[in-house]
Design a protein around this ligand. Structure first.
Ligand code: ASP
Length: 427
């Protein structure tokens, strides 16, 4: 992937998509706009998204198997796993705290109590009442079920349902099996390596041929449908989420990359730009995975680390989502006239960490999982209806943050385990 040229083309497509989509949004009632949006923007965007999604399950499966074999030692893998989870939890907690502090200081819900009586709240209440929604039942899953569900009964079903955690578990077992069986399974190992080559070739091809036009379609469609009217009403909330996302992105990840991985943040952000822009247009950490993996490998992150850390991160590490959940909870408390106690705020931090872990890396789920946080502190989850209309644009931005957190973690762990992994390889 010629990253520089491609990044430039994608950024131009992004700007064009935002501009044309925003102009179209002003004429949203016109038949011409409706048709172009439906038959051109949406079709181009969805085809591109499907092409990328088509690769997610095979890329995740194959790269995790190779990652485990590459590490070569289940103990070392355990150490990497522990460091990864520690990084994920710490950065997610920092993310929520940034969101909560900004929202408490800037008070986006001040004087907006009338929003609670809006139609948005009652119609979201109806959605909640139905409860047949798969994601809302995911929000209600108990801890024991979550634990049991990490282990697939049927790996093919896990793949067809795109259940990332189950795919990861299965891939780890296959990887460990390959290490243990050793030379007797050399052909299988080679097969995985060669499949990986082919998949990476396809990722490069799809990105270089389709990414600019696909990005344009996705972004133009999102902005044509974006609720700009609602943004005016919820301007302060919107601004605070964005501000917190920017702070987390540049300050927290920038310093982690600079001081822990001893790498230039500029180089890191630039190298990861194709994934950042794709995350923004697709609003899906999962869909972005094949490209995220490619970007970090180009940056020199050890493939055995990247292929383990990033798929796990795309599934459980959602700092951008956590920021939105923190700000949204404080915002909803303010419009409801509820003063959250310190204990309740601590509860928000803890539950939002759990909720963001439980958020699937697809569009809009973070908002559904917000219900879990609101319930925990006695706020009405139907109030989510108020921010629903403007969530798409925030979802795009927070997805870019989510995947950048995974990449920063992969870079840091790759650096810190470099010597051990190199020694293992030389053995
Ligand atoms: N769209 C986000 C992601 O894929 C999840 C969310 O916050 O809704 O990372």
């Amino acid at each position: 992937m010629k990253t520089k040229n491609l990044s430039l083309k994608i950024v131009i497509a992004l700007i064009l998509g935002i501009t044309i989509g925003s102009i179209f949004n002003m004429f949203a009632q016109s038949g011409f706009v409706v048709n172009v949006d439906k038959y051109v923007f949406n079709v181009i965007g969805q085809i591109f998204l499907n092409l990328i999604f088509m690769l997610v399950v095979p890329v995740v499966f194959v790269s995790i198997v190779l990652g485990v074999v590459g590490v070569g030692d289940p103990k070392l893998l355990g150490g990497i796993g522990l460091k990864t989870i520690t990084f994920f939890l710490t950065t997610t907690a920092i993310a929520i705290i940034i969101g909560i502090v900004l929202a408490s200081v800037l008070q986006p819900g001040e004087g907006k109590s009338d929003l609670l009586n809006s139609d948005d709240v009652s119609s979201y209440q109806k959605t909640l009442d139905k409860e047949d929604n798969a994601q809302s039942s995911a929000a209600n899953q108990t801890f024991d079920q979550t634990l049991i569900n990490l282990f697939p009964k049927n790996p093919l079903q896990a793949m067809s349902e795109e259940n990332m955690l189950q795919i990861i578990t299965f891939a780890i077992f296959i990887g460990i099996g390959l290490i243990m069986v050793g030379s007797k399974a050399q052909a299988v190992h080679r097969l995985f390596e060669q499949t990986n080559e082919v998949l990476m070739y396809i990722v490069t091809m799809i990105m270089s041929v389709f990414a600019p036009i696909g990005t344009f379609g996705l972004v133009a469609h999102a902005f044509t449908g974006a609720g700009f009217g609602a943004i005016q009403q919820l301007g302060m909330y919107f601004f605070i989420v964005l501000l917190a996302l920017f702070i987390h992105f540049f300050v927290v990840y920038g310093s982690a990359v600079k001081f822990i991985a001893k790498t230039s943040p500029l180089r890191f952000f630039k190298g990861f730009l194709p994934a950042i822009t794709l995350g923004f247009s697709a609003s899906s950490s999962t869909a972005t995975l094949p490209v995220s993996l490619k970007c970090t490998k180009n940056m020199g992150v050890r493939p055995e680390v990247a292929s383990f850390v990033q798929p796990l991160g795309a599934t459980i590490n959602m700092d951008g989502t956590a920021i939105m959940q923190g700000v949204a909870t404080i915002f909803i408390a303010q419009i409801s006239g509820v003063d959250l106690s310190l204990m309740q705020i601590i509860t928000v931090v803890v539950i939002a960490v759990v909720a963001s872990i439980g958020t699937a890396g697809v569009p809009g789920v973070g908002l559904i999982m917000l219900a879990m946080v609101l319930n925990a502190v006695g706020l009405n989850p139907a109030a989510i209806g108020i921010i629903l209309g403007i969530d798409r644009l925030l979802d795009m931005t927070r997805t870019s943050v989510n995947i950048t957190g995974d990449a920063a973690c992969a870079l840091i762990i790759s650096k810190s385990e470099d010597k051990k992994l190199a020694a293992k390889r030389d053995n």
